[in-house]
Design a protein around this ligand. Structure first.
Ligand SMILES: [Zn+2]
Length: 470
């Protein structure tokens, strides 16, 4: 890091309006990663200009290359000819990533550079997705390319802040860094939760002082920023991680007076698609090195254009996680052909299933499901979970858990009486009730099926019912 970078970052970090930083994270980019990302950027821009997206032939080349290095690829391709039998190649499931990751990772890889991202998002099943700093670094040209489409010119300068990522959670990491792949331009992740600040009035002052070109965040955090009345006009808003509804997109656009780009990205795959400028309900495949198929959930066969099915991804640039027909758990439809926006990469329409779900406390404050997920993921006895709010104060937490957690034993009460229960369950119940606020009641149900599918982790049937009757 050059002196100027450190100086500029220092000013931001030590600002009197700064949040309470709790982490220090660099991009871990080394010289060869830098070169790798530069070359990725060159082929991305070139492919976009020439409309060369990855087709089945490209995917076949990718799997031929990995066949020699990954024993998982060899097993999956056994007895099959990629050219003739592509549609018969078994899918990679989320369960495979959990149980067969050592076979998937190519055998000749140096594992010392591995980073394992804490699983973000709100799905019930945590996924181990090993990543490499260079693959994470490729997010930079991918994001820059999308914002350029919307008229933003990224400033590669340490005096400039490229992005501020917004969150709204009780607890999350908060940090700032220079990005070596963006000429030292600064990036910060902040938490809009009042507890994350010395003085909550500083939030807007800090953002204005940094003056980021773009604001990013999931729809939940962006909605929160709008509700707080954040008065800042970025050049563009980048919405990630969850499905953005049309109504929220329109409201954000009006409030922040800038374009809102919806972005479809998974930890396991990296960015997959971004919103089309001509019709934002559709998204174009973003990278030039992934092949997307739509597959029927019933038959496992590839769906033709216009039919809805599960989104399946092959390819990518993560050296630790080459993807071979990976079933994302998300549903959508895919169209080929020219688009009036000028990007002729295939268009994807995501189907609901990734809509954000919020919980409400009996006093009507909202609770971010990520905070619920944090409690449940941290609990070593819980393998999978689903939390549902079904009345103003009643919640049910369905879990598939260790036998230690699930077994009921006799617990002696204070008056000498005994009741059936399990102290581990009671501890979890109390922890969740404290999060859901005074007056909330949480029931624990230990009969949840662990079947490796992407379960709906959060349901608010109380809110759904009250929205319908309004
Ligand atoms: Zn388009």
């Amino acid at each position: 890091m050059t002196e100027v970078w450190a100086e500029e970052l220092g000013k931001l970090i030590h600002s009197t309006h700064a949040p309470i930083w709790n982490a220090s994270i660099g991009d871990r980019i080394e010289k060869e990663d830098f070169d790798f990302v530069q070359s990725f950027k060159k082929s991305l821009y070139h492919s976009k200009e020439n409309q060369n997206y990855l087709d089945k032939n490209g995917a076949i080349q990718f799997l031929r290359k990995n066949q020699f290095h990954s024993s998982f690829f060899r097993t999956q391709l056994e007895g099959l000819s990629p050219d003739d039998d592509y549609a018969s190649i078994p899918f990679t499931t989320r369960e495979d990533l959990q149980t067969k990751i050592t076979e998937i990772i190519p055998s000749d890889m140096d594992l010392t550079r591995m980073v394992v991202n804490p699983t973000s998002g709100t799905t019930g099943l945590p996924i181990l997705a090993p990543n490499h700093p260079r693959a994470v670094g490729c997010y930079v040209p991918l994001i820059e390319w999308t914002v350029e489409r919307y008229g933003v010119v990224p400033k590669h300068n340490p005096k400039s802040t490229f992005a501020i990522q917004l969150c709204y959670q009780e607890k999350t990491i908060v940090y700032a860094t220079n990005h070596s792949l963006a000429g030292g331009a600064k990036f910060a992740k902040i938490n809009l939760h009042p507890l994350a600040w010395k003085n909550p009035n500083d939030i807007e002052k800090f953002i204005k002082e940094c003056s980021p070109q773009i604001l990013t965040g999931d729809p939940y955090a962006l909605e929160m920023a709008m509700k707080m009345g954040l008065d800042y006009k970025p050049e563009v808003i980048h919405s990630t991680a969850l499905e953005l509804t049309t109504s929220l997109r329109e409201r954000l656009k009006k409030h922040f007076q800038c374009p809102v780009i919806n972005f479809y990205s998974l930890n396991e795959t990296g960015p997959i698609a971004y919103a089309c400028q001509a019709n934002p309900d559709w998204m174009h495949i973003l990278p030039h090195d992934i092949y997307v198929e739509i597959v029927s959930n019933e038959t496992g066969e590839v769906e033709s254009t216009g039919n809805v099915g599960e989104i399946v991804v092959t390819g990518g640039r993560n050296p630790y996680l080459p993807l071979l027909r990976y079933k994302t758990g998300d549903r959508g439809e895919l169209h080929y052909g020219v688009c009036t926006c000028g990007d002729h990469f295939p268009r994807l329409r995501l189907l609901s299933g990734r809509k954000p779900v919020y919980f409400t406390k009996p006093n009507e404050e909202t609770v971010n499901p990520i905070d619920v997920a944090r409690i449940l993921r941290r609990n070593p006895h819980i393998y999978q979970f689903q939390v549902e709010q079904f009345t103003k104060r009643n919640f049910i937490c369905r879990v598939s858990a260790s036998s230690e957690f699930s077994e009921l034993t006799y617990i002696s009460g204070t008056s000498g009486s005994t009741t059936q229960g399990n102290t581990l369950q009671i501890q979890l119940q109390l922890e969740l009730e404290s999060l859901f606020g005074f007056g909330s009641e949480v029931q624990i149900d230990t009969k949840f099926q662990l079947d490796g599918k992407k379960q709906i982790a959060f349901i608010n049937s109380y809110l759904e019912r009250s929205e319908k009757t309004q």
